[in-house]
Design a protein around this ligand. Sequence first.
Ligand code: FEO
Length: 398
Amino acid sequence: MDTSVKVVDGVHWVGVRHPDLKVFDDLFPTRNGTTYNSYLVQGAEKTALIDTVKEPFAEEFFSKVGEHVDPAKIDIVVVNHTEPDHSGAVAQVIEKNPNVQIYCSKAAENFLKQLLNRSFNAVIVSDGDEVDLGGKTLRFILAPYLHWPDTIFTYLVEEQLLFPCDAFGAHYCPDKLFDDEINEFYTDFHFYFDCIVRPFKDKVRDALKKCEGLPIRMVCPSHGPIRRSSGQFAIESYARWCAAPSNDGKPKALLAVLSSHGNTRDMAKVIETELFAQGLDVTTFALSDMRDDDYRDALEQADVLLIGSPTIQRDAPPQVWHALALISSVTPKSRLGAVFGSFGWSGEAVKMIEQRLTGLKYKLVADGITFRFTPTTENMDTCRKFAEQVAHTVLCEE
Ligand code: FEO
């Protein structure tokens, strides 16, 4: 068991390391484990914890807190975000001190009620609210959807420390705590962003705007190293990765196609030609041979998504479902879509894909079209009209 680490005078890391973790939340692989960072801030009058740790690590956590203060004497817990890897020891803090104040967003209060199933003393914060611990002032910045609706950032005014919870974090468990004491971990930092934060790029832009002009000496996230020397780099990386999609040039169509026998591909070629003719740029992906990241980048730039799929065994093929699943891992530029495809026996895929797109809040800009075996000349005319209708709607939405 290691010990707490001083961040600055009156601020200590009291988190825990989890180096053996292989998959975070049963979703995301972690090649280098992770940490659950919690910070103890001691003012002249009050003591606050910023986030806690995952519940199985509570004993180690309280041991570190106890190096500085009796855990029953904690006055405030700031819950930046309620996911259990950070709120897992909150219940035990409340047990030790039933009067402890829980500073959090309104959404976090609601979530905590259902996570803890007990009453607690909540203080709901708004943007810019502050609490003075006695020479140490905590200021709150609402940052909803980074990456849950409940998220807030906490800023320690006198020391210029930003505590952004999951944002700017990394699933990386170093031997030392500070970035300037360890090897580079850019790959883990970027992968973490892709897994956790990428679906909320517009919300990142909102949060970064609120932080503009704020002097930030260190970024102290809830996972991975503390950015003592590279806080600005982390912030600038997020700003670069989350830049708003360009509206320059022609509207863009993303055509994602799987074709077992060439018929759906032939339909796609006619649709692609007509979309070009109507004034759209078209990027075409073969779903059987694409890099997920290339497709995700294209989704974030596309004004409309068209999916072409055959029906195989009364279903769309797995590659098509995978492409649909990737939509919720990004911030699509638009949610306009249309579906087409070929079939031999039954032809359910187009309707199934339409239903999935609708479930993902897409608006279908043309009725799906599907033809049996080799498309006829009339079928290809229908493809042209389909593309024309798609282009017309996209151009009208511009
Ligand atoms: Fe690290 Fe969203 O929890």
